[in-house]
Design a protein around this ligand. Sequence first.
Ligand code: ADP
Ligand code: MG
Length: 372
Amino acid sequence: MTDFETAFGRPSDGVWSAPGRVNLIGEHTDYNDGFVLPLALDRRTWVAAARTTEPGWTTVRSDREDQPVRFAASTVAPGQVAGWACYVAGVVWAFREAGLPVADTDLFIHGDVPVGAGLSSSASLECAVAVALAGLAEIPVEKTPFARIARRAENEFVGAPTGGMDQMAAMHGAPDRLVFLDTRTEAVELIPFDLATHDLALLVLDTRAPHQLVDGQYGERRHDCAEAAALLDVPSLRDATLDAVGALDDRRLRARARHVVTENARVLEVVDRLRGGRDPREIGPLLTASHESMRDDFAITVPHVDVAQETALAAGAHGARMTGGGFGGCVIALVEVADVDAVTRAVEAAYADRGWEPPVAFTAVASAGAGR
Ligand code: ADP
Ligand code: MG
């Protein structure tokens, strides 16, 4: 018996899923109209769904939660649902707002994307619900419009002011591909990223660093970037040159802007190298440079991530960097498959030396986007 059958007493009409994501490079570039390069993870959120037998009610259950949450698909609006189910209700609402058909449904959610680790379990949940609603309504999935719907749910229903990268990665992700996204135009290009054939792995180290002051700091960085762009008289830092940035008087703004400008250039360089079929090892130094820029110019790393990054490099990684918004979260390292265990053990030992809880380590394989 499936979880859905146990919960609702009948089989579902289908199971849909969407992946979490990890950003290979391009950090804090999204709200500066810049470039990002995430991959869809082989960790997903699944939604088993069926049309309701109780008209007027959508019922959502999750194996992470004791209680179901109920709302009416035809009237649900921001403010009416709180907690974990607002990600689901938000997508139903945004679907309706987009003029797409929504019927009441029974939904059972199960996921193995680590929650709150910066791997975007939230976007994977939203996108899985979006493709489930489309499947039940028998309408075609449109990747970018659906990503917009999911982002709108997160921004306006959940109330989290995030960029659009996570939902675009969850919708557009593909096996052995990176999702190269221009956040200004929403143009997407899939970039080859087949590490296994090169005997390489992307090691993810969830540092589980205690998050502190994250919200305030994120807002401050956004504000700094907007201020720097205004001083430089450009629409966004996407349009700034390194020379212009170097002439900014304010030391902090100069450093913040330099991170964004150099980070955009690094994304384009990584894309160039991989698109040209070069050995993925050649992107290692760009990953490491990205970390140094986040540490020294953007000031968003913390000891847990710096130690993991430095230790991974010292243990043989070709490149390593923090991924995600900062102040904790995950470090990624490009390593030989044969070195995955040694690098993991080295970081564990460095953490043990400092009396820290060990990181949670796994390897990420670029996987399929949302679908049935
Ligand atoms: P992240 O996206 O980095 O994992 P967020 O705070 O943005 O972290 O989103 C995590 C939230 O998404 C959880 O607190 C929960 O409300 C919701 N969520 C994610 N996966 C599930 C799930 N399988 N079941 C219920 N809620 C989930
Ligand atoms: Mg999230």
